[in-house]
Design a binder for this molecule. Structure first.
Ligand SMILES: O=C(O)CCC(=O)C(=O)O
Ligand SMILES: [Fe+2]
Length: 355
């Protein structure tokens, strides 16, 4: 809960280290820092971000989230994202499968707010939101969305150059003048009774469907599974740092140069597990109509990357919007037919395995 003093992340639990990127240095074009960013984006696909300038807009978003989750369930349910693959709106706890069996459901509730709805408020692009969101749309939500988008576009410009793309290619694919699935998410994970904490997954293993994710969390619980690793490892939150990660769209556009890594959420470790966990996310996604495919004609670096990965499909034949909607629709437990539904909810991480 905002304002509560939280116990520190335990110091005896293994974590996965991430590189730390200084946003001020990235903005200034510091080549050494850009090389470190490249290393992070092309190896694990996750990094810490400091000096991002968003921190003073984070608490207001957590307050908005707390006010929203405090509404009665009957009220929140009126804004449920529904079963058709829409993302924006409220998602009740237990609406998602967390694995192929369909036996285990998520335990988190969240509200997703479209960046386009936030920035064009009071005009509605996609939908309306609970009164608690509407009341803070101009004062809290839109300023956060704008700042998070600005930071994300800076990354797009750097990636564009490093990938050898003609100037403005990634900017056009994420043209803010076109509607997109870019969104803000505030998630509440209630503490779970001690008995069921062990091995409980509160948000199932996934990759993010968009291009770039900026994450702000206070308690542990986020875990990553880098390729070649057998064990999930916690990513420790560091006060004032955002956690950034690459999503499927950039992995596809770059022909696999960028890594969209598997991650999941489990209860916070140790004494942190007794507290409510809140997280705040900004997802930058391509404009809805853009086809997701490796940009081989635009960059010899990407063309070469695709050649080096002959077993992988960088042309799934879907637009950014179709890719996202398919994934969400098939994750909803109400839509489950069998393990194939879970498979259909997967992104670039998915390689069918014997269950
Ligand atoms: O809550 C977190 O730390 C991560 C959430 C996440 O991965 C997501 O919402 O896609
Ligand atoms: Fe995620």
């Amino acid at each position: 809960m905002p304002g509560t003093t939280l116990p520190p992340f335990p110091d005896d639990i293994p974590t996965h280290p991430l590189l730390i990127i200084d946003f001020e240095r990235i903005k200034a074009g510091d080549q050494e820092e850009i090389n470190t960013l490249w290393k992070a984006a092309t190896t694990i696909g996750f990094w810490y971000l400091k000096n991002h300038g968003i921190e003073d807009r984070v608490d207001g978003m957590f307050e908005m989230g707390a006010e929203t989750m405090a509404l009665p369930l009957e009220e929140k349910i009126k804004y449920e994202q529904g079963e058709n693959g829409e993302s924006f709106g409220y998602k009740k706890a237990g609406a998602f499968a967390t694995d192929a069996t369909g036996q285990n459901l998520d335990t988190v509730e969240f509200v997703n707010i479209s960046k386009d709805d936030a920035l064009s408020y009071p005009n509605v692009v996609y939908r309306t939101y609970p009164s608690t969101v509407a009341a803070r749309m101009e004062s809290t939500v839109a300023p956060f969305a704008q700042k998070a988008a600005d930071v994300s576009y800076t990354f797009m410009a750097i990636f564009n150059e490093k990938l050898g793309l003609p100037e403005g290619t990634l900017a056009r694919l994420h043209d803010p003048a076109e509607h997109s699935g870019s969104e803000l998410r505030c998630t509440r994970s209630p503490p779970l009774p001690g008995k069921i904490i062990a091995d409980r997954v509160t948000l199932g293993s996934h990759t993010d469907s968009g291009s770039l994710t900026l994450l702000f969390n206070r308690l542990g619980g986020l875990q990553v599974l880098p390729a070649g690793h057998e064990k999930w490892l916690y990513v420790k939150p560091i006060p004032g740092y955002a956690i950034c990660n690459i999503g499927d769209a950039l992995a596809l556009y770059s022909g696999g140069i960028f890594i969209s890594n598997n991650h999941r959420v489990v209860p916070p470790p140790g004494p942190q597990g007794e507290f409510e966990r809140w997280s705040l996310v900004f997802f930058l996604r391509p404009a809805n109509s853009r086809i997701l495919r490796a940009l081989v004609e635009d960059s010899p670096i990407i063309a070469d990357a695709v050649k080096q990965r002959p077993g992988r499909n960088f042309e799934p034949g879907e637009t950014a919007n179709e890719w996202r909607a398919r994934r969400i629709r098939n994750q909803r437990i109400m839509n489950r037919k069998g393990p194939e539904t879970w498979a259909a909810s997967r992104g670039t991480e998915y390689a069918p395995m014997v269950a």
